[in-house]
Design a protein. Structure first.
Length: 142
């Protein structure tokens, strides 16, 4: 019985020695770090498509919202004619009729102190009526 216990104590431990793998990895890392700057980046020659023509910028329809959140002006900037109403439903239908010919952009110019909710209501109503290309006007920083 004592032989059995002695044999049990002398069993080998199965372990993997990872130190050589780490050494190989570090050598490969150094090789790649030294050789990477020496490799020339590839150059892609893209085809050209003739001369570039710039399209004239379309003059938008501008909706002006004051501090109280009411639309005080709706003007077609191309013809400088007011759209005639300050009710959003009527403005949306007029803009939609203008957009039937060309996709005329709509710009909302709101006072900086107006509530965000008032601007969203105008944008939502325009979207519900099917008006496309609605944007916000900002003043460039000086």
């Amino acid at each position: 019985m004592s032989d059995w216990r002695v044999r049990r104590a002398k069993r080998f431990k199965a372990e993997i020695n990872v130190v050589p793998y780490i050494d190989v990895m570090l050598v490969l890392l150094i090789i790649f770090m030294v050789s990477a700057p020496l490799i020339a980046p590839s150059v892609v020659n893209l085809p050209s498509v003739g001369s570039r023509t710039t399209q004239p910028a379309e003059r938008p329809v501008e909706l002006v919202i004051d501090k109280s959140g009411a639309i005080i002006e709706a003007v077609d900037r191309e013809t400088s004619k007011p759209l005639g109403s300050t009710r959003i439903e009527e403005i949306a239908s007029r803009v939609l009729s203008l957009q039937s010919k060309t996709e005329k952009p709509v710009v909302i110019s709101a006072d900086k102190d107006v509530r965000y909710e008032a601007v969203l209501k105008v944008m939502d109503e325009l979207q519900r009526k099917g008006v496309k290309r609605v944007g916000l006007s900002v003043k460039p920083a000086s």
